[in-house]
Design a protein around this ligand. Structure first.
Ligand code: ZN
Length: 261
């Protein structure tokens, strides 16, 4: 992290969001249909996250107050009914201006190490920082099943079992009234089915990136759960049900409750 610290030393203090920034974020499709109490709770959690986490712009990123409000409020959504302790054990949110290059080394089956370069919109490190591209906030939370902030914070929930990178497997710690067997019975066949569709070249409504691994499947389906729940219910209703019980929210009901539309 020393490189990030060095880069941070040159950056400006973070702008604090103004009232209009918070209002603009809450007017996104992602946040439609909440009760006033839940809107207040979202904002309380968002402010708590801003106080708890260090936001570190790097590579000349210049986040606006609206960007900061957008990140904190989106990050608050998955834990609205869970509480901020689900994000404990790490401190830093690193902000890039745009997509960034992730460099890694991977050993193949012959023991040869390959240098890999991936373009990323975000990243979450077990026990370490969460990284976001500010550019990718623009297309997030528009009711299209894409939200980079929710995706990366879902990885953090997956990691909340404290097992480090080995615990990033699409199985977050479940509540006492849930069972790992039920979770697996919903997720495993859905993941196999989705991989088969993607391998067959089918045009899926859900982003094919979900086929990368069980961890990505959980993170991408969490984006759909919150941002385009009807697509998830239609494709994998049992997965939707498990996510509804895990997040203790029902976005489908929230979006379609006539009392709040
Ligand atoms: Zn991911």
């Amino acid at each position: 992290m020393s490189l990030l610290r060095t880069l941070f030393a040159k950056s400006q203090p973070l702008p604090m969001p103004a009232a209009a920034d918070w209002e603009r974020v809450l007017s996104l499709p992602l946040f439609a249909g909440f009760s006033d109490a839940d809107y207040r709770r979202l904002q309380t959690l968002a402010l708590q996250l801003l106080a708890d986490k260090t936001f570190t712009p790097v590579a000349d990123a210049q986040p606006s107050g609206a960007d900061i409000a957008g990140i904190a409020t989106r990050a608050a959504l998955p834990i609205l009914k869970l509480g901020v302790s689900w994000y404990h054990g790490w401190n830093e949110v690193v902000l890039y201006p745009a997509q960034f290059i992730h460099e890694a080394e991977e050993m193949d089956e012959h023991g040869i190490v390959h240098a890999l370069r991936h373009v990323r919109s975000g990243e979450a490190w077990a026990g370490g920082p969460l990284i976001l591209s500010l550019d990718d906030l623009q297309g997030s939370g528009r009711g299209e099943g894409y939200d980079v902030v929710i995706h990366e914070f879902a990885h953090k929930l997956d990691m909340a079992n404290g097992k480090g990178s080995a615990g990033v497997n699409g199985l977050p710690p479940l509540h006492g009234d849930m069972r790992v067997a039920d979770w697996a019975a919903a997720f495993n066949p859905a993941y196999q089915d989705f991989r088969r569709r993607v391998d067959a070249g089918e045009a899926t409504e859900i982003d094919p990136y979900a086929a990368e691994s069980p961890a990505e499947f959980f993170a991408v389906l969490t984006e759909y759960f919150f941002d385009l729940p009807e697509a998830l219910i239609e494709a994998y209703p049992a997965v939707y049900e498990q996510l509804r019980r895990f997040y203790r929210q029902d976005p489908m009901e929230r979006f379609h409750d006539p009392a709040t539309s």
